[in-house]
Ligand binder design. Structure first.
Ligand SMILES: Nc1ncnc2c1ncn2[C@@H]1O[C@H](COP(=O)(O)OP(=O)(O)OP(=O)(O)O)[C@@H](O)[C@H]1O
Length: 310
C-alpha cells in the first residue's frame, strides 16, 4: 500500500506569517499555512492573489519582507543540495534553443553534481524519451512543461512545487499531469501545485490552500472545505406533488428553487433529509439526487469581495 493511501504524512512545507511588500502593494500579507507529505495540495487564488510570489519566496527567489517559509524544517537557502530536496517548476522550462532536451538536462546534472544517467531517467518519467534528441526550439508548450518537470525531478526530490503546470496543456496533457502528480504523492512525496483551474484541482488535490489578496482564506482537505460551506448541500428532487413537497422542505428551513424542467433544487438539506421529509409528508418521489458543492462555487463564495483586481 502506498503512503498516499495510508493518509497524510508530516508537514513538509511550513509557511509562517509570510509577508511581501512591494512599494505600495502588499502582495503576500501575513500568510500562514502548511503542506503535508503524501498529498497533492492545491494552492488556489484569483489572479494577483500572491500565489507566484509565495512560491518564489519558498524557493528563495524572492526575499520575504517578514515571516518564514521552510521545507522539511529548513529555509531553502540553508539546504546543502537543494535539488535533492526540492524540485520547482515555476515557469515552462527555458533552454538554449539549439540544445536538445537530453543535453539540457545533462547540463543541469553536471552543474548540480547529479549522476548523468538521471537525464534519461527523468525524460522517461515524463514521457519525453522520443523527443530526447530533438532541439528545444521545436518543443511545443506541453513538451516544455514536461521538460520543466523532468528538470525538477533530476535530484529525485521529496518535495515538488509547481506554478500553474497545466498552463498550455491540452486535455490529454492535463490528464497525464494529474496522474503523474498523484503517483508522486502516493510515493510519499509532497506536491504543492498552484492553479486557477478549479475544476482540475477538484480532481487532483487532496488538500487545498485558498488565498485572496495575499491572505489565507481557507485551508484543509478538499472534502472538508467543500463540506464546510454553509448551504453547500444541494439536492435535486422531483415529485408529482411538488407544491406539498416544497412546503414540507421549507418548513425545515431549506431553500427551494423550482427548475424549468419541473424538478425542485433544494439548498440546505442533503438527499437523505429531503427523502425523509417526503416520507413523513407522504409525498411520492420520482427523482432524488444529491449534488455536491463544487470547488468553483465554494471558491467564488470564499473569495467574493476579497479578491479585487490587482
Ligand atoms: N516584482 C514585483 N514588483 C511589484 N509588484 C509585484 C512584483 N511581483 C508581483 N507583484 C504584484 O504582486 C501581486 C501578486 O502577484 P502574484 O504573481 O504573486 O499573484 P498570483 O496569485 O500568482 O497571480 P497570477 O495567477 O495572476 O499569476 C500582483 O498584484 C502583482 O502585480
Amino acid at each position: 500500500m502506498s503512503v498516499g493511501q495510508q493518509g497524510p504524512g508530516p508537514e513538509a512545507i511550513v509557511v509562517q506569517n509570510l509577508t511581501k511588500q512591494y512599494k505600495q502593494l502588499r502582495a503576500v500579507d501575513d500568510l500562514s499555512f502548511s503542506v503535508r507529505s503524501g498529498r497533492v495540495t492545491g494552492f488556489l487564488g484569483p489572479n494577483g492573489a500572491g500565489k507566484t510570489t509565495t512560491l518564489r519566496m519558498l524557493v528563495g527567489l524572492v526575499r520575504p519582507t517578514a515571516g518564514t517559509a521552510t521545507i522539511n524544517g529548513h529555509r531553502y537557502a540553508e539546504l546543502a543540495e537543494p535539488l535533492r530536496h526540492v524540485g520547482a517548476v515555476l515557469e515552462a522550462s527555458s533552454a538554449h534553443k539549439s540544445r536538445t532536451g537530453l543535453n539540457h538536462l545533462r547540463v543541469i546534472c553536471a552543474a548540480a553534481g547529479l549522476p548523468r544517467e538521471r537525464a534519461e531517467q527523468v525524460l522517461e518519467l515524463v514521457g519525453l524519451t522520443p523527443a530526447a534528441k530533438r532541439k528545444f526550439k521545436g518543443y511545443s508548450l506541453g513538451m516544455k512543461q514536461r521538460l520543466g518537470i523532468a528538470a525538477a525531478m533530476l535530484g529525485d526530490p521529496r518535495v515538488l512545487i509547481l506554478d500553474e503546470p497545466a498552463n498550455g496543456l491540452d486535455p490529454e496533457g492535463i490528464r497525464w499531469m494529474r496522474d503523474l502528480l498523484k503517483a508522486l504523492a502516493a510515493e510519499g512525496r509532497t506536491v504543492l501545485v498552484s492553479s486557477h483551474l478549479l475544476g482540475e484541482m477538484q480532481q487532483l488535490a487532496d488538500d487545498v490552500v485558498i488565498i485572496a489578496a495575499g491572505r489565507l482564506v481557507r485551508q484543509g482537505p478538499v472534502e472538508e472545505v467543500l463540506g464546510s460551506m454553509a448551504g453547500a448541500a444541494q439536492t435535486r428532487v422531483r415529485s408529482p406533488q411538488a407544491a406539498e413537497l416544497a412546503a414540507a422542505l421549507q418548513a425545515q428551513g431549506a431553500t427551494v428553487t423550482p427548475q424549468q424542467d419541473g424538478a425542485l433544487l433544494v439548498t440546505g438539506l442533503d438527499a437523505a433529509a429531503v427523502g425523509h421529509a417526503a416520507f413523513v409528508a407522504k409525498v411520492e418521489l420520482h427523482e432524488l439526487a444529491g449534488e455536491r458543492a463544487d470547488l468553483e462555487r465554494v471558491f467564488l463564495e470564499l473569495t467574493a469581495g476579497k479578491a479585487g483586481i490587482r
